[in-house]
Design a protein around this ligand. Structure first.
Ligand code: PMP
Length: 364
């Protein structure tokens, strides 16, 4: 895309987009892909059959628009949240969209935009920055401490200084794996008059409680979730949000009508009917994550403590890009997250993890 943007006379692009690169990890055809924090376990045959049957049921209605409110899907997501957190939810306080990226975009369209500011604690998920700017907002980066934690006192100071309209807390944090305790989230909420978005894309891999426990009485708190990671449903593009019903109403102002296709709604409902089976893969993934952390530490590499399904580790000689390239040449794709000296690897199946560790050992 970029080469077309520069090859001809410039298009009248919004000035702030000129020179920008589209977000995206390389999609390379290699044997072992551990670069986008997917769940390595594919849907079972029983789930695949249920998905096909669910699609079959809706295809004869594809001449009609989908349920604009996705009520059945939101109810099913609410049941899942209620069952796993003990905090009661209904469809009225749950919203759904095409991946949590779309949820985040809708949040920022509703609560950020031109003339507003968005605060994030870096390093963190770069789409928070990218989507904020794409709505016309100004993104402000506040630093995490040397262990990638959010220091509550420093954060409260940053909030008082910048008075952000939206503050992001990604927990567990991508790309570091660090969790933020609920007390820190409470302190952030109390320090701001703006929206606080807790991005819990990886929460099912964590031992920490979800921020949905804080929702009661906090109408500016939004908890964003996804089916792309623990549920192993990245290709289906389903993300969701738990928040006060008035927040859901606000997102309705900016969502495109019929944003979730009938097919997406039907297959997500099918997957949620199999949720116990899908989430049973979490233990295996966490086991491989812990194995990676253990074995990389034994190799003398620095490993950041992680609550997610990935591990951030130091590249020997501080040459992250060189090591990344040599691993690709060895058939293993991991993530160069833009740190000079660190790389991120997603926990794979046992065999994929073995292949990664063997390739790495061969290169050290
Ligand atoms: N939040 C975080 C922290 C992520 O790492 C990702 C995916 N990499 C997302 C949100 C978006 O995921 P999706 O749109 O697939 O739900």
């Amino acid at each position: 895309m970029s080469e077309h943007l520069t090859a001809t006379a410039p298009l009248p692009l919004r000035p702030e987009l000129i020179g920008k690169e589209p977000y995206g990890a390389p999609q390379l055809d290699v044997a072992v892909r551990l670069n986008t924090n997917e769940n390595p376990h594919s849907p079972s045959a029983a789930l695949a059959d249920d998905i096909v049957a669910a699609v079959r049921d809706v295809v004869t209605d594809l001449n009609r628009y989908p349920d604009r409110e996705a009520t059945a899907l939101r109810s099913s997501l609410a049941d899942y949240l209620t069952a796993t957190t003990g905090v009661a939810h209904t469809h009225a306080d749950v919203w759904a969209a095409n991946g949590s990226n779309e949820v985040l975009q809708q949040i920022l369209h509703a609560f950020a935009g031109a003339g507003r500011t968005v605060l994030g604690f870096e390093p963190t998920y770069s789409m928070h920055h990218t989507i904020a700017e794409s709505t016309g907002a100004t993104y402000i980066a506040a630093p995490r401490d040397a262990d990638y934690r959010i220091d509550a006192a420093a954060v409260v100071a940053a909030i008082e200084r910048h008075r952000p309209d939206v503050t992001f807390v990604c927990t567990p944090n991508n790309p570091t794996g660090t969790s933020t305790p609920l007390e820190t989230i409470e302190a952030i909420y109390d320090a701001t008059e703006g929206i606080v978005v807790v991005d819990e894309a990886y929460i099912e891999f964590s031992t920490q409680p979800s921020a949905v426990h804080l929702l009661h009485g906090r109408r500016r708190l939004l908890v964003s979730r996804t089916m792309s990671k623990a549920f192993g449903f990245a290709g289906a593009r389903v993300g969701y949000l738990a928040a006060a019903p008035e927040v859901v109403d606000a997102l309705r102002l900016v969502r495109l009508p019929y944003h979730l296709s009938s097919l997406t709604q039907a297959i997500a409902l099918a997957a949620l009917r199999h949720r116990d089976e899908l989430l049973a893969t979490v233990d295996a993934v966490v086991g491989q994550r812990d194995r990676i952390a253990r074995e990389l530490s034994a190799l003398g590499l620095t490993v950041a403590p992680t609550d997610a399904n990935f591990v951030l580790f130091s590249a020997p000689d501080g040459d992250a890009t060189g090591l990344w390239r040599r691993l690709v040449d060895a058939g293993v794709l991991i993530r160069d997250v833009g740190f000079a000296d660190r790389l991120r690897v997603t926990a794979g199946t046992e065999a994929e993890t073995t292949a990664f560790l063997a390739a790495l050992r061969g290169l050290l």
